[in-house]
Design a protein around this ligand. Structure first.
Ligand SMILES: O=c1[nH]c(=O)c2[nH]c(=O)[nH]c2[nH]1
Length: 302
C-alpha cells in the first residue's frame, strides 16, 4: 500500500481591494475581498520541496492589485474572469485557477437637497455579493464556470408564514403556528450556463426575485419558501442553470408575558440566535450541464 499526494491547491486568501474610479468628479467605488487558488503541476513542491513551479502566493496577491487597475473591467465577474484566465493562460504550471470574491456594497450619501454625493458612501449590508470563477485547461479545450451569489441577505416577514401539520413523535413538543414571524439570513449561489450575461443586471434581477418571493408567498414552511425562491430565480434569469440556497431559520419565539398578566398578541418575541433550523435546497433545470468544479469552494467564504 502506497501513500500518495491527493488533490491540492494553493493561493492567497482575502486580499482586500478597493477600486475608486476618479476620472470625473463623480467617483465610483468597488470594494472587494479577493481570493485566488491555483491547481497544476505542484507535485514536486509537496513531495520534494521544489519551488521551481510555485508562483508565490505573494505574487498572486500583487497580481490581484495590479489587475484591479490594469484590466478593463466594469463588473466583479469580469475582473474575476480576467484574473483566472491570466493565471491559467500565462503561468505555465497552472492548469486550473479559481477566483473567489466577496463584494461589499456602498450606497451614495444623499445630501439635504436630495442630491447624491459624488464621493461619499455608507456601507450597505450585512448583505454581501459573491462571485466564484473557475477556469481550467488551455486553448479551445478551456472551460469556465461562474457562480454568482449573495450571503447574509437578512430578511424578515411579520406575518404570512405558518408551520403546522408536521410529523409528531414522542419528543415533539412544538406547537403548530398559524401565524408566525419568519426570518432568515440567506446564503445563495447560482451557477450560470453561459458567459453571455449582463452580470450586474443579472444580480439585481435575481436578488429581486429572491426577496419578492419571500415577501409575497404565503409560506407553509421555510422549505416551501426556499423552493419557490429558487424557481423564481430560474424563471427570472434564463442564464442560471442551478441555484443552491441555505437558510437558517431565525426563530422568533413569542415571549411569555402571561406570567405578568400581560397579553401577548404576537407583538413581543425572543429572537433566539441558536440553535437554529438550517434549511438547504438546490433548484435546477433538469437538463443542466454537469457542475464540474463550480462549487468547490476554496475559502469557504463563497
Ligand atoms: O419552516 C420550518 N421548517 C421546519 O422544518 C421546521 N421545524 C421547526 O421546528 N420549525 C420549522 N419551520
Amino acid at each position: 500500500m502506497a501513500i500518495v499526494l491527493g488533490p491540492n491547491r494553493y493561493g492567497k486568501a482575502e486580499s482586500r481591494v478597493v477600486r475608486i474610479q476618479r476620472d470625473t468628479p463623480r467617483h465610483e467605488i468597488r470594494d472587494l475581498n479577493v481570493s485566488t487558488a491555483l491547481r497544476g503541476w505542484f507535485d514536486a513542491a509537496h513531495i520534494e520541496g521544489d519551488q521551481s513551479a510555485v508562483l508565490p502566493t505573494d505574487s498572486q496577491k500583487q497580481t490581484v492589485y495590479a489587475y484591479a487597475k490594469q484590466a478593463a473591467w466594469d463588473t466583479t465577474e469580469e475582473y474575476a474572469l480576467t484574473l483566472a484566465r491570466h493565471f491559467v493562460d500565462d503561468i505555465e504550471p497552472v492548469d486550473t485557477a479559481r477566483v473567489e470574491i466577496e463584494e461589499y456594497a456602498w450606497e451614495r450619501v444623499t445630501t439635504a437637497d436630495g442630491a447624491e454625493h459624488d464621493h461619499t458612501w455608507v456601507r450597505r449590508g450585512p448583505e454581501v455579493r459573491t462571485v466564484a470563477v473557475t477556469v481550467s485547461g488551455a486553448g479551445a479545450a478551456q472551460r469556465t464556470w461562474v457562480v454568482g451569489g449573495v450571503k447574509d441577505l437578512t430578511i424578515l416577514k411579520s406575518t404570512g408564514s405558518e408551520f403546522r401539520g408536521f410529523l409528531q413523535d414522542p419528543y415533539t413538543v412544538l406547537e403548530p403556528a398559524a401565524d408566525r414571524v419568519m426570518a432568515t439570513s440567506l446564503v445563495a449561489g447560482w451557477r450560470f450556463s453561459t458567459l453571455e450575461v449582463d452580470w450586474d443586471e443579472a444580480y439585481a434581477s435575481i436578488r429581486q426575485a429572491l426577496v419578492a418571493t419571500f415577501a409575497n408567498l404565503h409560506s407553509l414552511a421555510l422549505q416551501q419558501t426556499l423552493y419557490a425562491m429558487g424557481r423564481a430565480v430560474l424563471e427570472a434569469c434564463p442564464e442560471v442553470a442551478e441555484i443552491r440556497l441555505s437558510a437558517p431559520n431565525k426563530h422568533h419565539f413569542a415571549y411569555d408575558l402571561a406570567r405578568f398578566g400581560i397579553e401577548n398578541r404576537g407583538e413581543i418575541f425572543h429572537a433566539a440566535d441558536r440553535p437554529y433550523g438550517l434549511i438547504q435546497a438546490t433548484v435546477m433545470h433538469d437538463d443542466a450541464e454537469d457542475a464540474g468544479p463550480a462549487w468547490e469552494s476554496f475559502t469557504g467564504l463563497v
